[in-house]
Design a protein around this ligand. Structure first.
Ligand SMILES: [Zn+2]
Ligand SMILES: [Zn+2]
Length: 114
């Protein structure tokens, strides 16, 4: 017996593929669609600078900036965020999201080859 299936993008909820029937009990599998995959591979300027900070490659401004951003409290980080949203977002994700740093380094390495 065939099993009913539906493949949905875990990022944008787009239905990528499904069996051609009307069954309500389709087994849902989450994958990432090509568009989201491409988007995920992009690295923004702030993330790039953050990786370079971790690698000790920044100039003095961003070295001081990220050193401060790594230790500021929430209120001050909001202030910094206004001027440097991408940079602060990268620091926040680094502190809070498991696997972000590994994934960011991968994107950074891909961006160097592009
Ligand atoms: Zn089916
Ligand atoms: Zn998607």
């Amino acid at each position: 017996m065939h099993s009913h299936f539906r493949k949905i993008c875990s990022e944008c909820d787009k239905v990528i593929e499904q069996c051609r029937c009307m069954a309500a009990n389709k087994t849902i599998t989450y994958v990432i669609c090509e568009d989201c995959k491409a988007k995920k591979l992009l690295i923004n300027k702030g993330e790039k600078l953050f990786v370079e900070f971790q690698l000790g490659m920044n100039g003095s401004f961003y070295t001081s900036f990220f050193r401060a951003a790594m230790v500021v409290d929430t209120i001050n980080s909001h202030k910094l965020y206004e001027g440097f949203p991408e940079e602060i977002e990268a620091v926040r994700k680094f502190k809070n999201e498991d696997g972000y740093w590994e994934e960011l380094q991968e994107r950074y390495n891909i961006s160097l080859k592009a």
